[in-house]
Write a protein that binds this ligand. Structure first.
Ligand code: ADP
Ligand code: NI
Length: 214
């Protein structure tokens, strides 16, 4: 099977698997990350097969969706004749792509990984990012906002993943910090635009919340 055929099969598999997922990890999120990653990879010296496969598979083993260490990515890749190094590179990216807390170290080092991680993070900010945060918060029965609960800068992944704070706090605990954690220059420009969209939104949200009409 050619690499193009493997990508096509992976695309169809993920599309059917994530079509009815509504916690902010729906198929359209994965589709956008795949397209963004291809855009960011243009004119870069990278292995495009690794980028496209990691982008398509990046949420398959996500701790928020499946049991940890479920190895779905490895199981899927084992269906094909892919060399071990490439396979391990893809698995390393999908295992380490996720945001683990404001002050938790990022393990991604390959340019392929940095690009896919940037693409995933760009889809968490801007107008789409706002919509996804509230979709996720609603799905988890989180309060939209509560002025008595303050944001926390998580120092460990354990604290971050067990946090039950409000969706507005998620903007301060993660979304506004993304811009400074972006790996590549091309993505940083997009991140700046999308971060401004979030800042405007927060300002308007808080003034409407306080019925602050001038
Ligand atoms: P990551 O890999 O960084 O965890 P994902 O691509 O898995 O990000 O996307 C998770 C989506 O759900 C993002 O849009 C993120 O902002 C949103 N999300 C995650 N945790 C929360 C939360 N506690 N409150 C609101 N939205 C959240
Ligand atoms: Ni994602």
């Amino acid at each position: 099977m050619t690499k193009t055929e493997i990508i096509q099969q992976t695309f169809e598999y993920i599309k059917q698997k994530f079509t009815n997922e509504f916690s902010g990890h729906d198929w359209n999120h994965i589709y956008r990350v795949w397209k963004l990653a291809i855009y960011l990879a243009k004119n870069e010296k990278v292995d495009n097969f690794i980028i496209e496969m990691a982008a398509l598979l990046h949420d398959l083993d996500d701790y928020k969706l499946s049991n940890e260490n479920s190895n779905n990515v490895k199981k899927w890749l084992d269906n094909f004749n892919i060399d071990d190094e490439t396979k391990n590179n893809i698995i390393f990216i999908t295992d380490n792509i996720s945001y683990k807390g404001a002050e938790v170290e990022n393990k991604i080092t390959s340019l392929e990984g940095k690009i896919v991680q940037d693409a995933d993070r760009l889809d968490a900010i801007g107008a789409i990012g706002i919509a996804r945060a509230f979709a996720y918060g609603g799905n988890k029965n989180r309060e939209m906002y509560n002025p008595d609960i303050k944001p926390i800068m998580h120092k460990s992944f354990y604290d971050y993943k067990n946090s039950k704070s409000t969706t507005i706090n998620h903007f301060y605990e993660k979304l506004l910090l993304i811009k400074d954690k972006i790996n590549t220059e091309k993505a940083r420009k997009i991140a700046e635009i999308r971060t401004n969209i979030i800042k405007d939104f927060l300002q308007n949200f808080l003034s409407e919340w306080n019925v602050d009409i001038k």
